[in-house]
Design a protein around this ligand. Structure first.
Ligand code: GLU
Length: 420
């Protein structure tokens, strides 16, 4: 990440985005301040026993941003650069995201400052179980439901589910989503973020006259979301994956790369770097690669006012949360580049999380076809809603998505009234 990128506070961005939409839909100052304040925040400092017998104290957060529309929902990330303000921003974005796709949740997020790439499986398990127990009092199927995010996965969720269940004395599968299928996870959850993103790209391409067959795609962050989106665009829509990257660097091949082979290479070597037939590029160069579809699928603050002029894609689909800064949004809009904002483009993950939670609560499980069919319905409908508002109000898709998402939260707050 560039210096500018790391110096931008994501929560300032999140609040700025609320102000943009508040101006547009005419919200009073009271409602504005409600929307800009996280409802509940928990910071926990806790010791973890390391493999060498020493102890280390870790800091974790859980922020429940807004619960007007239902229990709060959102992932937990493990990353050395986690900050409370980042978690606040991510929790705010979850609030608008759940609302945009109209699932009955508020938004939350969690994070632990740690470097999971340099921890053993045992250390990660003890870290996860202790964190789960520290945030235990404020999570639960009716209260706040965590899920995977950056550098956490179905194993992490299994440990949280087990820790929570042990403390309750019975199994509570609905306390987290993104679990292994054998523990009450849902078919299709693992690939839902990437699949939802591919559906939204397909719909946007239709409206902008872009043929996905042969369309060139560059993916920043070949992780869970980025690799799955690439595979679906390649397998189901005939797109050509010309560039991909991860934390170690990127690769470019204008002739196209098979994303399945790229994934195998990454599994074997730990990175996409060195993929046969491709030439090396940096993460910054990847963003500026001429292509039809650019998928930022890594972290926040990647498209800034410094590089927005150099983006050469027709469509930017945000599989990551918060990759584009507000000033960059403006530049991309003026340049006629369509942005599919995070709260829409990566909402497939939380949508299937909702399906998983609903299945857990009913104890009745659906087939993969059923899950994907319902996911497709939600993504297509949400895309159409956002697209319609963007046309009507002559604004870019992020603002349109916020109009939809924020308005639903405002309606819920107004209907419930201010207590007491
Ligand atoms: N971490 C994912 C996101 O940012 C999924 C959250 C969830 O499924 O609750 O949307």
């Amino acid at each position: 990440m560039s210096n500018e990128a790391t110096s931008v506070n994501p929560f300032e961005t999140a609040k700025q985005q609320v102000d943009i939409v508040a101006d547009l839909i005419g919200l009073d100052p009271g409602m504005r301040s409600v929307l800009k304040a996280p409802k509940r925040e928990l910071t926990v400092n806790f010791p973890v026993r390391m493999d060498d017998g020493s102890y280390r104290v870790y800091t974790g957060y859980r922020v429940q941003y807004n619960m007007a529309r239902g229990p709060t929902k959102g992932g937990i990330r493990y990353h050395p650069q986690v900050t409370l303000d980042e978690v606040r921003a991510l929790a705010a974005w979850m609030t608008w995201k759940c609302s945009v796709v109209n699932i009955p949740y508020g938004g939350a997020k969690g994070g632990i400052i740690c470097d999971p790439k340099h921890m053993s499986k045992g250390e990660l398990e003890r870290l996860t179980r202790r964190y789960a127990s520290e945030i235990g009092p404020i999570i639960g199927p009716e209260m706040d439901i965590p899920a995977p995010d950056v550098y956490t996965d179905s194993q992490t969720m299994a440990w949280i589910m087990d820790t929570y269940s042990m403390q309750k004395g019975y199994s509570v599968p609905g306390v987290v989503t993104g679990k292994p299928i054998s523990l009450g996870g849902s078919e299709g959850r693992g690939e839902a973020t990437g699949r939802g993103c591919a559906y939204v790209i397909r719909e946007a391409a239709k409206y902008s006259g872009l043929h996905m067959k042969g369309a060139t795609v560059a993916v920043q962050g070949f992780g869970n979301a980025g690799s799955v989106a690439s595979k679906i665009l390649f397998d189901e829509q005939g797109a050509k994956i010309i560039a991909a990257s991860d934390t170690k660097g990127g690769v470019l091949n204008p002739e196209g790369m098979n994303p399945h082979a790229l994934e195998d290479h990454k599994q074997k070597t730990g990175s996409v770097v060195g993929f046969p037939g491709a030439k090396p590029i940096t993460n910054e160069q990847l963003l500026e690669t001429p292509c039809d579809v650019l998928i930022p699928a890594a972290l926040e603050n990647q498209i800034t006012r410094k590089n927005a002029d150099k983006i050469q894609a027709k469509l930017v689909a945000e599989a990551a949360n918060g990759p584009t800064l507000p000033e960059a949004d403006k530049i991309l809009f003026e340049r006629g580049i369509t942005v599919l904002p995070d709260v829409l483009a990566n909402a497939g993950g939380v949508t299937v999380s909702y399906f998983e939670w609903a299945q857990d609560i009913q104890g009745f499980f659906w087939s993969l076809e059923e899950v994907n069919r319902r996911l497709e319905q939600v993504m297509v409908r949400s895309y159409e809603d956002v697209h319609r508002i963007a046309k009507e109000k002559k604004v870019h898709n992020r603002t349109a998505a916020y109009v939809l998402g924020v308005q639903r939260v405002v309606d819920a707050i107004r209907l419930r009234g201010i207590y007491p």
